[in-house]
Design a protein around this ligand. Sequence first.
Ligand SMILES: NC(=O)C1=CN([C@@H]2O[C@H](COP(=O)(O)OP(=O)(O)OC[C@H]3O[C@@H](n4cnc5c(N)ncnc54)[C@H](O)[C@@H]3O)[C@@H](O)[C@H]2O)C=CC1
Ligand SMILES: C[C@]12CCC(=O)C=C1CC[C@@H]1[C@@H]2[C@@H](O)C[C@@]2(C)[C@H]1CC[C@]2(O)C(=O)C=O
Length: 255
Amino acid sequence: MFKGLVGLVTGGASGLGRATVEQLLKQGGRVVICDLPSSPGQETAKQLKENVAFVPIDVTSEKDVKNALQTTVDKFGRLDVVVNCAGVATATRVYNFKKEQPFDLKSFQRTIEVNLIGTFNVIRLAAGLIGKNAPDADGQRGVIINTASVAAFDGQIGQAAYSASKAGVVGMTLPIARDLAKQGIRVVTIAPGLFRTPMMEMLPEPAIKSLEATVPFPPRLGHPSEFALLVQSIIQNPMLNGETIRLDGSLRMQP
Ligand SMILES: NC(=O)C1=CN([C@@H]2O[C@H](COP(=O)(O)OP(=O)(O)OC[C@H]3O[C@@H](n4cnc5c(N)ncnc54)[C@H](O)[C@@H]3O)[C@@H](O)[C@H]2O)C=CC1
Ligand SMILES: C[C@]12CCC(=O)C=C1CC[C@@H]1[C@@H]2[C@@H](O)C[C@@]2(C)[C@H]1CC[C@]2(O)C(=O)C=O
């Protein structure tokens, strides 16, 4: 099923995105890694060698995303699966009473811009290309997988912007799945809990240890490969559509 499949992974140079790229390649797929020009995307593509290309993009740019889709067609001839992993994590309280400073509006806007609008930008532009595929026996033309967060449901102190952006991704999953149903394109969102990626490794190890203790089972950070396994499973299961799946060891974030 994965032999010859063409995937495009945003945020594919790091963490959950990179693990997804590796899993798709391992299964016999071909992959376009899309990530910021400043990311290690070029080196990643070099390390992974075959059936992979890197296109530097900012997911918020229409021009960049169109260019990535064109490169996908030029290099691999089609697009079957999009995995949206590009994202930024922010942590600021709505008002800092010590400094008498409100949350910086530009920072709030940028978080929404990247995590929510960037994800939507990629979906809206990729859908047309996936829609050109001939349908399989089930009428399916492709799959779009997004990355939200458990913060969409249990946002912690300081996560107003991040939680709002991820709740937006959860909220648009069903309507977009409905929009694309007639073309046989499925849309599924994953809401990860705590995963060991560069985003998380910015924290000191004692902070990571205490976060791990909050996960009921298994009481540890998730491995990026476990996220990639769910991506594979979503691609393989045609009945999964219009849904957000928590991948969190039954974690419920505390305030
Ligand atoms: N690591 C974790 O525990 C969790 C992560 N997530 C989400 O998973 C996704 C992946 O995160 P990680 O792999 O952990 O982080 P990461 O920081 O390792 O990877 C994120 C990638 O997105 C790229 N990126 C950021 N802004 C971009 C933009 N405007 N255009 C293109 N690429 C951009 C970065 O360059 C980076 O390579 C993010 O959306 C994050 O919010 C959600 C829940 C938990
Ligand atoms: C805000 C958190 C938790 C508390 C801490 O000591 C440090 C943090 C910075 C990274 C955050 C932490 C947590 O809220 C969960 C997220 C937001 C994490 C980055 C990704 C994260 O795991 C996530 O998206 C969870 O849904």
